[in-house]
Design a protein around this ligand. Structure first.
Ligand code: FE2
Ligand code: FE2
Length: 294
């Protein structure tokens, strides 16, 4: 299935995202991209999970926990953007993204039900998974995202609130953190022939995410073109968030000598991948990274 397997980030990939960028086109793609989190075979995953051990299992458990919490946050902290739509086509696309995020949360909850833990309510899975996530992760998902979403709910007509929210949600969470986590996790699992059902579901999710990110880049590029002050809001949001982003890309228990080497990736290669993608998207939006960190 082309486009669902590899996690290779490239300039071509970014250009592809941008070409498929207006909300009506993205909505039409959504109609052709339906999948069910309950149709994926998890039987091999269940057998393998029981036999996995050591650091490999710990790191995968950490990633699974982070994904469970992240998708709960981004499902329940999104509706404000649907209410802040600028056209009927944009309202349509944003409604589909709301459905996608709920579907992603359902897939990770099913994985907890059937592979990692025992059947339980989503809230209970999220609560247990929260024991694994870092302070930097909490700062982004529980403080910054919640604050940006609450403001958008209160001020749906504020372009400033919408630009801040999309910069945080689509550019930082989905593109910078999400695509990076996808690439290194699925590269490792595919190389080791581990958890094939999880890789299939995560690849479906990734396919949805590239559509969401394409919307974010489209919206911000239009916003910056039509009102140059919006560029300053993008810059401000990134300046506020980049320290927590860098910290959340670090491995768990950073400082104690532990690394993501267990999944075949150095901290340097992870940061370089995340920063490279961010840099290319900001270039297209019209707010180069050099204007933020200079
Ligand atoms: Fe998602
Ligand atoms: Fe998404």
């Amino acid at each position: 299935m082309a486009g669902l397997s590899g996690g290779e980030e490239s300039a071509t990939h970014v250009e592809h995202e941008i070409r498929l960028n207006d909300p009506q086109t993205l909505y039409r793609h959504w109609e052709d991209s339906q999948w069910s989190p309950f149709a994926i075979d998890l039987s091999t995953d269940r057998a393998q999970w029981g036999q996995m051990e050591g650091e490999d299992r710990d790191l995968i458990f950490f990633v699974l926990s982070s994904l469970m919490v992240a998708e709960e946050r981004i499902t329940t902290k999104f509706s404000g953007l649907v209410g802040a739509y600028g056209s009927e086509e944009e309202a349509t696309f944003l409604s589909t993204q709301q459905v996608d995020e709920a579907r992603h949360m359902q897939f990770y909850a099913r994985f907890q039900d059937e592979v990692v833990a025992a059947p339980d309510a989503i809230a209970a899975h999220v609560e247990r998974a929260r024991g694994q996530v870092s302070d930097a992760f909490r700062q982004i998902f529980d403080v910054e995202l919640v604050r940006a979403h609450e403001r958008l709910v209160q001020e749906p007509a504020s372009m400033d609130a919408k630009v801040r929210f999309v910069t945080l949600y689509h550019i930082i969470l989905e593109a910078t953190l999400g695509l990076t986590s996808f690439k290194f996790t699925t590269d490792h699992l595919s190389r080791e022939a581990l958890l094939p059902g999880f890789v299939e579901g995560y690849s479906r999710i990734h396919h949805d995410e590239t559509r969401h990110i394409a919307y974010g880049v489209w919206f911000l590029r239009e916003a910056v073109r039509s009102r140059p002050e919006n560029a300053e809001t993008v810059r401000e949001t990134l300046r506020d968030l980049l320290p927590s982003v860098a910290a959340s890309l670090a491995p768990p228990d950073a400082g104690s000598g532990r690394d993501f080497e267990g999944i075949g990736a150095s901290s340097e290669s992870i940061s370089a991948f995340a920063l490279g993608g961010l840099e290319r998207r900001l270039e297209i939006i019209g707010v180069p990274l050099s204007s933020i960190v200079a």
